[in-house]
Design a protein around this ligand. Structure first.
Ligand code: NDP
Length: 241
C-alpha cells in the first residue's frame, strides 16, 4: 500500500517540488498551506495533490488539520516540515512581532506538526520526519537573527528527536538548503543577488527546488533507514560544517 506523505507549505516553492516528487515516487501526498488559496487551488488543479489550509504556528489548528488529512488520505507515514517564513531586519530594528512570527512558524511549527503525529508513527513502528532548515541556521546571517535562531533550533530538534524515534523505526533528519530559486529568494533585490549572493556560491548558481525535493525522496525511502539525526547541506558548496 502506498505510504502517505504530508508536506507543510507544500503548495508553493520548495514544498511544491517536494510534494510533486513524492507523488512521482508513489506516495499519497497531502500538501498544507497557510493562506494563499489561489496558489493552492492552481497547484491542486495542476498536480491532483489535495491541499489543506491551516497555520503550522497554531497547535490546535495542526491537530484538526492532521485529523482531516488522516481521515481523507490516510495515516501519515512521512512528515516534511517545510513551511517557513522570513521577517528580516537588522537586530536593532527587529520588532518583537518579527521575532515571534518567525519562531512560531519556523521552530514551534515543527513541534506543532510532529507532536500530534508522533504517537501514530510509534504505534505503527515506522515514520519519517524531514525538517527543512537552512544554511542560515548553520552559519547565521546578518539581518536574520530570528530566522537563524529558528532554523538552528530545527537542527537541535532533529537530533534530539532522532534519538527518541530510533527504536520505534522513525528517522528524523534535516536538510539545509542554500539559496534556492523560489519566491522567497527572488524577493531579494536583483543587484544583491547578482553581485553579492551568487558569487558566494561555488557552483555559480542558485539551487533548484527539485534538487531539494530529490533529497527528501531519498530520506523518505527505505534505503535511508540507517540515516537519522543527520543534517544534509544542499548549498552548492557555500558552507561546510
Ligand atoms: P515560499 O515562500 O516559496 O513558500 C512557503 C510555503 O510555506 C508556502 O506554501 C506557504 O503557504 C507556506 N507557509 C508559510 N507560513 C506557513 C504557516 N504558518 N503554516 C503553513 N504553511 C505556511 O518558501 P520556500 O519554498 O522558499 O521555502 C520553503 C522552506 O525552505 C522554508 O522553510 C524556508 O525557510 C526553507 N529555505 C528556503 C531557502 C530558499 O532559498 N528558498 C533556503 C533555505 C531554506 P502559502 O502559499 O499559503 O503562503
Amino acid at each position: 500500500m502506498a505510504r502517505v506523505a504530508l508536506v507543510t507549505g507544500g503548495s508553493r516553492g520548495i514544498g511544491a517540488a517536494i510534494s510533486v516528487a513524492l507523488k512521482a515516487a508513489g506516495y499519497k501526498v497531502a500538501a498544507n498551506y497557510a493562506g494563499n488559496d489561489e496558489a493552492a487551488a492552481a497547484f491542486t488543479k495542476e498536480t491532483g495533490i489535495p491541499t489543506f489550509k491551516w497555520s503550522v504556528a497554531d497547535y490546535d489548528a495542526c491537530v484538526a488539520g492532521i485529523a482531516k488529512v488522516e481521515a481523507e488520505v490516510g495515516p501519515v507515514d512521512v512528515l516534511v516540515n517545510n513551511a517557513g517564513i522570513t521577517r528580516d531586519a537588522m537586530f536593532h530594528k527587529m520588532t518583537p512581532q518579527q521575532w515571534k512570527e518567525v519562531i512560531d512558524t519556523n521552530l514551534t511549527g515543527l513541534f506543532n506538526m510532529t507532536h500530534p503525529l508522533w504517537s501514530g508513527m510509534r504505534d505503527r513502528k515506522f515514520g519519517r520526519v524531514i525538517n527543512i532548515s537552512s544554511i542560515n541556521g548553520q552559519k547565521g546571517q546578518a539581518g536574520q537573527a530570528n530566522y537563524s535562531a529558528a532554523k538552528s533550533g530545527d537542527l537541535g530538534f532533529t537530533k534530539a528527536l532522532a534519538q527518541e524515534g530510533a527504536r520505534a523505526g522513525i528517522t528524523v533528519n534535516a536538510i539545509c538548503p542554500g539559496y534556492i530559486a523560489t519566491e522567497m529568494v527572488k524577493a531579494i533585490d536583483e543587484k544583491v543577488l547578482a553581485e553579492r549572493i551568487i558569487p558566494q556560491i561555488p557552483v555559480g548558481r542558485l539551487g533548484e527546488p527539485e534538487e531539494i525535493a530529490r533529497t527528501v525522496v531519498f530520506l523518505a525511502s527505505d534505503d535511508a533507514g540507517f540515516i537519522t539525526g543527520s543534517t544534509i547541506s544542499a548549498n552548492g558548496g557555500q558552507f561546510f560544517v
